[in-house]
Design a protein around this ligand. Structure first.
Ligand code: SF4
Ligand code: SF4
Ligand code: FES
Length: 534
């Protein structure tokens, strides 16, 4: 491996990498070694157009752009000397000649690279006396993105993204010289499954999402690391939180899972957290068939009474468990232990399926189908078969996936059961047939691990608190187990302890708990892949 010296610091670089890539690989870029850059992006091809990343390489008379200069053994690079600083200031001054002074009303303010680099590497005053270039504002590029042509610094990241990642190529540079502008091709709006990523990679406030713009200044947001639960890829995200509310999902870089991207559907799935259809109170069905609100203790008591009566009359074999692939490992392991202690052998997981591609989007539309299977939940089809054949009298369902997935055309077969106990986050047709309903926490509201399709265990931490009484599925099941007097259940639930119990009980999870999994995740034991899964 070539060894290079940057500002007196020796680093090893992989053969064929450029100076900027070597710094990025070493985790030093803008994190110990400041080489400002606009057009370079770690997951896009090299453009070399902005000229901001110039550095001095000993033995080469002219300054070189770090993004497109390959390393060679013994190379000595200076990133902070006077020549380099002067060149940077020149580039910054050039970029700012036409940039509008929009910062107070620009949504990018607070996370704008032009703003940041101007403070850190620019000059304090403009020498230009010419009027700024007037271009189009508020250009509607498609269903998700609005474009401000005046703010664009022509780094071409958005153009390369569309060509190289979704490969849809809607954007291009039109005209020449200082008439150059970004536009969509006529009749081709920016409309692909990953379109909103252009807003993340635009270094300035030229491309903003219609969803987030003008909602909140970004400096009020706290970034909480988490995972998207929209499909089994488990893309890593930051949840932008303020005032106990999630305002947006942004991609969080994880080269083994989602690089620096997320799909638009996953990005927008944050709206489920505070959706009007969230279940907000426990309910039990009274003697006249009406649902009436109760506290959790009463809901548990009614559920336990109904199950106890059935067990005494017919045995636990008539009770079935429908797990949700949206529940965490800890929820699911608690549910599995509960069903075993009860003596039920009829259980499975329903997984909703949908569109997939060869980039990120997976067919399984839930974050933990793999975890559910590893923990021992088979296909929910066997449960449905036993329900429709009359062999089951009671179902405990985590979520209503069984209806969405199409295993049951409608909730009617469940209406014939003696007891349906439903733990769910969102309203559904299943409420119509449930005897007991308990609202549970969304993944953004609880601590738990999830296993993605490539068998990587990833952690979600509570980013917000629900504004009503809600528990994780595991907590509710633990209370139900205690109410039934099941062995091993005293009503308490500690997700960290459950994760350790899971690691001790199932070999694939050995050594993986809620702390050791970290923010990057860890692959289950016995997986073919141990690092890069895609
Ligand atoms: S719109 Fe943004 S990403 Fe696209 S070229 Fe302009 S500055 Fe770069
Ligand atoms: S690909 Fe899947 S996990 Fe990733 S952002 Fe989209 S829905 Fe979420
Ligand atoms: S980042 Fe190197 S030229 Fe733009």
């Amino acid at each position: 491996m070539p060894t290079i010296t940057i500002d007196g610091r020796e680093i090893e670089a992989a053969e064929g990498r450029t100076i900027l890539q070597a710094l990025d690989d070493a985790g030093l870029l803008m994190n110990g070694v400041d080489v400002p850059h606009y057009c370079w992006h770690p997951k896009l091809s090299i453009d070399g157009s902005c000229r901001l990343c110039q550095v001095e390489v000993e033995g080469i008379p002219k300054l070189q752009i770090a993004c497109d200069t390959p390393v060679r053994d013994g190379m000595v690079v200076h990133t902070q000397n006077e020549r380099v600083k002067e060149a940077r200031e020149g580039v910054m001054e050039l970029l700012l000649i036409n940039h509008p002074l929009d910062c107070p009303i620009c949504d990018q303010a607070g996370e704008c690279k032009l703003q940041d680099y101007s403070f850190d590497f620019g000059v304090k005053e403009s020498r230009s006396k010419e009027p700024r270039r007037a271009l189009k504002k508020n250009v509607d590029l498609g269903p998700t993105i609005v474009f401000d042509q005046e703010r664009c610094i022509l780094c071409r990241r958005c153009v390369r993204f569309c060509r190289e990642i979704p490969k849809t190529g809607e954007l291009s540079i039109f005209n020449r010289g200082d008439h150059s502008v970004i536009e969509t091709f006529p009749g081709t709006p920016l409309d692909n499954d990953y379109s909103m990523n252009v807003s993340d990679i635009c270094p300035v406030g030229a491309l903003t999402t219609k969803d987030f713009r003008f909602k909140i200044r970004v400096w009020f947001l706290e970034d909480v690391p988490g995972i998207c639960t929209g499909c089994s890829n488990g893309c890593n995200i930051h949840l932008g939180v303020a005032n106990n509310k999630v305002y947006r999902y942004l991609p969080r870089r994880n080269d083994a899972v989602n690089d620096t991207w997320i799909c638009d559907a996953g990005r927008m799935s944050y709206s489920e957290i505070a959706a009007p259809n969230r279940l907000r109170e426990c309910e039990v069905r009274n003697d006249s068939g009406q649902l009436e609100p109760v506290g959790l203790d009463r809901a548990i008591e009614v559920a336990a009474d109904r199950l106890r009566r059935l067990i005494e009359a017919k045995g636990a074999g008539v009770i079935a468990g429908l797990a949700s692939a949206h529940a965490s490992n800890e929820d699911l392991f608690t549910f599995k232990r509960f069903l075993a202690a009860l003596g039920s052998e009829t259980f499975g997981v329903a997984v909703v399926r949908g569109k997939a591609d060869d980039l990120l989007i997976k067919a399984e539309k839930a974050s933990n189908a793999t975890g559910a299977r590893e923990i021992g939940f088979g296909d929910a089809r066997t449960v449905v078969d036993r329900i429709t054949s009359g062999a089951v009298d009671a179902v405990i369902a985590l979520g209503h996936d069984v209806l969405q997935e199409g295993l049951l055309d409608n909730e009617e077969p469940l209406a014939n059961l003696d007891t349906v106990i439903l733990l769910d986050t969102q309203a559904s047709e299943m409420q119509r047939v449930a005897n007991v309903i308990v609202p549970v926490r969304h993944a953004a509201e609880k601590l738990g691990n999830f296993v993605n399709e490539a068998r990587r265990v990833q952690r979600a931490v509570p980013a917000v608190e629900s504004n009503w009484e809600a528990y994780s599925d595991g907590e509710v099941i633990a209370k139900l187990g205690a109410a039934l007097g099941l062995e091993g259940f005293d009503g308490s639930y500690d997700a960290r302890q459950v994760a350790r119990d899971l690691a001790a009980a199932i070999p694939a999870f050995a050594g993986i708990d809620l702390d050791s999994v970290g923010d990057e995740g860890r692959v289950l034991a016995g997986s073919a892949a141990s690092g890069t899964e895609r």
